[in-house]
Design a protein around this ligand. Structure first.
Ligand code: ADP
Ligand code: MG
Length: 736
């Protein structure tokens, strides 16, 4: 950094005019210590003159049926508290030059009463209505305080006013809207020029990016919308540029620091295995296998993400790849996120391999299972087998991370349902081998923007099609009152050999209560509607051995119906379970619903997914008619549950479902971003900024490939900035 000039910014925030030691303490409480921190405390929104109405205009709009939000700037005229029995109501009357309107509060009366004083100038933002006397009113509106001077400036010069989040720590320290704006404007005026640039001049110029000083200034106090947009663009660009740089570094380091294992096809192991498979691989499976094989045969270590919708057949692909490694004398690991899934993988793998061995006794491959909760003697035996390479394929869970687990010659690692594991854990298991080839698999389809950012260090293969015999699952949405009919449907279908999952959400916080709820629900159903069927129960409080036992009985058709909490969410494969009934479906997230639905439809019979919710929600206006992109945030909140349910009804494709999910929830930790070792994104919206992602990716990857150690003088700024602000993330740049 240009350190002399910057030093001043590292001083305590207390030195900013009108802050002082006392207010500084309040700032500290929300993580603002230095002047620099405050400069980067950006407004959450701006008030722009083009979006403000007069009272008279707003009134006219509502009369004409307008239902959106409006903002009016007005003065407090008078306030009155009224009591109706126990209930109190606060009415504050406002006026602007065109007329009056009222704001009403039913809660927090004391607080709001003291918040408004005659003559205060307030920007009121909310959905307006007309009260029973025909007057304009707002119920519990959002509001922001502005000063006389600001309001004059605003109205006459069109200046844009920033609004900041004022957490209670600031309010308690007597820092409100007006004072914070004032403090920040002092800080910007005096210190903004001390910020040193974090992007090289050439990059700024070529991409039409404004300097950091101007951007900070205009992010706070823009003179026009365009100037604000340019500032925002700069920070988005910078954020993505450094993110992609970290991605590129991680990838570069992984591929070049250590040589990988150059494998080859030694025997006809894989070929013979394909012959014992009970089905033919799909074109897509063959395609991704070729990509994986090429990585394994090259000396670069593989670091690949295999994506494919639920049921697309990833397990078999990873097993075949594991066989290539075994053919080369290596051990292979298959990691699953839950014990029950690991257990199931081990069974599937073993039974296929036994078939192979029956065909050709030369192909003797041993499978080990290592999971928590195993008997001590079993565990010791497995550990020895692994260490002495008596085991070729090791299936397991987190238990594989433990220090005790030592491999003789680990050359291939598969991580199933990768979003459940973090980058640190990936690094841990890799370090147990000598640069093993790594294949991570995801059943939650990862939107393209994510596979270009937080997963950008991985090469990507996608299984695009489902096995041929699959019939798309029929998904329907029903109200609770239809449950008796649904149970009858389940009974009818049972006569055709259908089995059924019945899922319900965990409503109770405590595990004990959860168990009670599960058991009660189970008892009720098996004694009433489903009394002629054999009903099983599985829930999270069971040990994995118990879960395994239940799943096994279900698989053997000892049960017709399996009542379950979300423990069946990932991976489980029961071919004849072709109905899944999901209770209180509105409580589940989209990707969870999609995963659950993926438990059925794994055979050539028509499968059904029945989503059950309140009667009201089930019959509500069809959300497919609402264009997601045009919904405001408040509307979005209101419709979220409907959107999720309708999305499920209208889409069987997991990528589509994942896109909607990302829009609704933000990428957050859905895709394991929090554990990715990459910085949080504050400015970028991964579902909207695709173009910029592609652009910065190209720039950053180009830069690292031409100057991987950032030694060139023109990249000095970048290196210094990485070390100054991204040191934590850099730690992970060397782990895949
Ligand atoms: P996922 O991709 O969700 O992990 P799985 O690997 O569990 O899917 O495969 C789902 C089911 O499809 C399994 O029963 C598997 O044996 C079967 N399967 C996989 N590939 C094919 C194929 N090419 N044709 C028919 N069935 C297949
Ligand atoms: Mg799977």
């Amino acid at each position: 950094m240009n350190s002399e000039k910057e030093k001043i910014l590292e001083q305590s925030v207390q030195y900013i005019k009108s802050v002082g030691p006392k207010r500084a303490v309040s700032f500290n409480k929300i993580g603002i210590y230095s002047i620099r921190d405050l400069l980067f405390y950006f407004p959450s929104r701006h008030l722009d003159r083009t979006t403000v109405l007069t009272a008279a205009k707003a009134y006219g709009y509502v009369k004409n049926g307008y239902e959106g939000e409006v903002t009016i700037i007005a003065k407090v005229f008078e306030k009155t508290k009224r009591r109706f029995g126990k209930k109190e109501v606060l009415k504050v009357q406002f006026r602007d030059t065109t007329g009056f309107f009222t704001c009403v509060w039913f809660q927090g009366i004391k607080y709001f009463y003291s918040a408004f004083n005659e003559g205060d100038i307030i920007a009121v933002s909310s959905k307006p209505e007309i009260d029973k006397y025909g007057n304009l009113q707002f119920i519990h509106p959002d509001y922001d305080r502005i000063s006389e001077e600001e309001s004059d400036n605003f109205l006459h010069t069109g200046k844009i006013i920033p609004f900041y989040k004022i957490p209670k720590e600031l309010r308690q320290g007597a820092i409100g809207d007006l004072s914070l704006r004032r403090i920040i404007s002092y800080a910007v005026e005096k210190y903004v020029d001390s910020l040193s640039e974090t992007l090289p001049p050439k990059i700024l110029e070529e991409n039409n990016i404004i300097s950091v000083n101007t951007a900070v200034k205009n992010y706070h106090f823009p003179e026009s919308k365009e100037k604000f947009e340019a500032a925002k663009h700069r920070f988005k660009f910078e954020e993505l540029f450094y993110l992609e740089l970290l991605v590129a570094l991680r990838k570069y380091n992984y591929q070049t620091k250590l040589p990988g294992n150059k494998m080859s096809i030694k025997t006809n192991l894989v070929y013979d295995f394909l012959k014992v498979l009970p089905f033919e691989l799909t074109k897509s499976q063959l395609q991704v296998l070729t990509e994986i094989k090429n990585d394994m045969l090259s000396e670069k270590p593989m670091n690949r993400l295999l994506q494919g919708d639920v049921g697309s057949g990833k397990t078999i692909v990873s097993l075949i790849a594991a066989l290539i490694a075994i053919d080369n004398g290596f051990q292979a690991v298959l990691m699953a996120p839950t014990e029950i899934l690991a257990d199931q993988h081990a069974k599937t793998v073993s039974s296929l391999l036994r078939k192979l061995e029956a065909e050709n006794s030369k192909h003797e491959i041993k499978v080990s299972l290592l999971i928590g909760g195993q008997k001590k003697s079993t565990r010791e035996k497995e550990l020895t087998d692994i260490e002495l390479q008596q085991a070729d394929i090791i299936v397991g869970t987190h238990a594989l991370f433990e220090e005790k687990v030592k491999f003789n010659n680990l050359g291939f690692v598969v991580i199933d349902e990768q979003h459940r594991f973090g980058v640190r854990q990936r690094g841990l298991i890799q370090s147990k081998g000598t640069t093993p080839d790594v294949l991570v698999m995801s059943a939650t389809p990862i939107p393209r923007t994510l596979s270009m950012t937080v997963y950008g260090d991985l090469d990507v293969s996608v299984i695009e099609e489902l096995p041929k015999n699959r019939i798309p699952i029929k998904t329907v949405l029903r109200g609770e009152s239809k449950l008796p009919k649904i149970y009858k449907f389940i009974i009818d279908k049972h006569k055709e050999g259908y089995q059924c999952f019945i899922v319900y959400p965990l409503v109770e916080e405590s595990e004990k209560l959860e168990l009670k709820a599960a058991t009660e629900y189970f008892n009720q159903l098996k004694d009433s509607y489903l009394k002629n069927l054999r009903v099983g129960l599985i829930h999270g409080r069971m040990k994995w051995q118990e879960k395994e036992e239940v799943m096994f009985l279900f698989l053997k058709k000892e049960y017709d119906v399996l009542i379950s909490t979300t423990v069946i969410e990932v991976g489980i494969d029961i071919p004849d379970a072709n109905i899944i009934l999901i209770n209180d479906a509105h409580r589940f997230g989209l990707s969870q619903l999609h995963q659950l639905r993926g438990r059925v439809g794994r055979s050539n019979k028509q499968a059904f997914c029945i989503l059950v919710t309140h009667d009201g929600l089930a019959t509500k206006q069809k959300v497919e008619e609402l264009e997601l992109d045009y919904l405001s945030t408040t509307q979005l909140e209101k419709y979220k549950a409907s959107i999720r349910l309708q999305t499920m009804v209208n889409n069987t494709n997991g990528f589509k479902v994942a896109e909607v999910d990302m829009k609704l929830r933000g990428p957050g930790d859905i895709f394991g971003i929090k554990q990715s070792g990459f910085p949080d994104l504050k400015f970028v919206n991964l579902s909207e900024d695709q173009e910029l992602i592609i652009k910065t990716k190209n720039i950053s990857f180009g830069l690292i490939s031409s100057d991987p150690n950032l030694k060139l003088p023109k990249n000095k700024i970048i290196k210094e900035n990485l070390l100054a602000h991204y040191s934590d993330n850099l730690k992970y740049a060397e782990i895949a």
